[in-house]
Design a protein around this ligand. Structure first.
Ligand SMILES: [Zn+2]
Length: 440
């Protein structure tokens, strides 16, 4: 007896540590929420999971998403980013009040966890309700106040947004859940003026907060930003002081040499969202080039209004295949590199690499276990390759966050699936139009 939980004789484990190794037939012991041992014959534990059909790996880190937008799934099809935003913003005014965000985030958090995502960087309105919902379902949920220079569907004025942001570290503390840093989320340079961005930068510096924003998602965003500010988005972020903080940039599809040099020099990360970028025909981010220039790249799904699901396995496969196609080179990006991008690199971008992102003794046990006893996963020659090119999110059988079993045998240990689904459906159909808003 010793540990609280033991995964005994896992068939494969992807460590995602600096060695990039994988091992076979290994025990993983969890104690007090942390990985207490990795090795052979680690003895007994309070509860034991038979690992003989399991592939264990760190939980996936979705580095750019909008969980509540599960409620807007399928809302904007066959349109580009700008057409997409028009439709989304109209519908957000109708259903994304605090109750809608709570229901949508619970649905998104459940979808994410069942699919092997244990950490999300989630940007949305009503962050308190979103965080409450995500923590309730069991996610490690990095979020924070969202900023627009104009009132959005949440009807907040600038000063109210700043007040929310100043109180955010306390709010996080009061809501509990797995450790996350405070975050501040200016939507984008085309929706938040440079002066306002500077205010956010100053507060982020004071709080030690992570900053997350959209940047250079497509060519038109770049040209619109140049027209409005005289600068490209990354230069505007630099001028405001945000870039110096090493933020996470959602998308980063159209980055020129100057942008890349600034991003690399500041330790800024790019959240690559291939599903959304392909679907909206935004472009193909040159993540191979970014990595060669020392830019940290993580993987995201974006929200369900643009990419329709929160499937990180699909995102990993798309990222790999897209990089190979763009470079006309089947070795442009390896399965191992993309798994690292979706785990330890994502953790690093969030400032969480000392806690999560790899299987190492002392880290918090954010782990997922895939059932490899399936026809499409036989045989396994290199488990990284199997994870990226053969496995899917429905292969995820168990999910642990900070050592706590959140999903067991493909069912949430925290919430009733039917209840979460019913509440989400109700939030979409029950919402009434706001005054002055036309129902679509
Ligand atoms: Zn986004």
């Amino acid at each position: 007896m010793g540990s609280d939980l033991l995964i005994r004789r896992a068939r494969y484990a992807l460590m995602c540590d600096e060695s990039g190794a994988w091992v076979e037939d290994i025990d993983i012991a969890i104690e007090g929420g942390r990985i207490a041992g990795v090795g052979r014959d680690l003895g007994d534990a309070g509860s034991v999971i038979d690992g003989r059909d399991l592939l264990v790996m760190p939980g996936l880190v979705n580095l750019h998403t909008h969980l509540a937008m599960t409620l807007l799934r399928g809302i904007a099809e066959e349109v580009d980013l700008q057409g997409f935003l028009e439709r989304v913003w109209a519908e957000e005014s109708r259903i994304m009040n605090a109750a809608g965000v709570y229901a949508g985030t619970r649905l998104g958090a459940l979808e994410a966890l069942l699919g092997g995502t244990t950490t999300t960087l989630d940007m949305y309105f009503h962050p308190r309700e979103a965080h409450r919902a995500a923590v309730d379902v069991g996610l490690r949920h990095v979020t924070g106040p969202l900023f627009f220079s104009f009132p959005g569907p949440d009807h907040l004025q600038w000063d109210e947004r700043m007040a929310l942001a100043r109180a955010w570290p306390k709010t996080l503390e009061s809501l509990g859940g797995p450790f996350v840093p405070p975050a501040l989320m200016p939507h984008a340079v085309f929706t938040v003026g440079v002066d306002n961005l500077s205010e956010i930068a100053a507060l982020a510096r004071e709080q030690g907060a992570l900053v997350h924003t959209h940047a250079s998602e497509n060519d038109r965003e770049n040209s619109d930003t140049i027209e409005a500010t005289g600068m490209r988005p990354v230069s505007a972020l630099n001028a405001s002081g945000i870039l110096a903080l090493g933020p996470v940039l959602g998308h980063g599809v159209r980055l020129d040499e100057h942008d890349r040099a600034l991003i690399s020099a500041t330790g800024t990360s790019v959240a690559h969202c291939p599903g959304s970028n392909l679907k909206l025909a935004s472009g193909a981010a040159d993540i191979v080039g970014y990595r060669e220039q020392g830019i940290r790249v993580g993987i995201g799904t974006d929200g369900c209004s643009s990419s329709n699901d929160l499937d990180m396995f699909a995102a990993m496969r798309l990222a790999t295949n897209l990089a190979r196609l763009v470079h006309d080179d089947p070795a442009a990006l390896s399965a191992r590199d993309v798994v690292r991008a979706a785990t330890i690199e994502g953790a690093r971008a969030l400032g969480l690499a000392d806690r999560i992102g790899s299987i190492e003794v002392g880290k918090e046990a954010d782990l997922i276990a895939l059932d490899v006893n399936a026809p499409h996963l036989v045989p396994v020659r290199d488990p990284y390759t199997s994870v990226v090119f053969s496995a899917g999110r429905s292969d995820v059988r168990h999910v642990f966050v900070a050592g706590e079993p959140i999903v067991l045998d493909r069912r949430s240990a925290r919430v009733d699936h039917d209840n979460v689904i019913a509440e989400a459906r109700r939030a979409v159909t029950d919402a009434s139009p706001r005054a002055g808003q036309q129902r679509l």
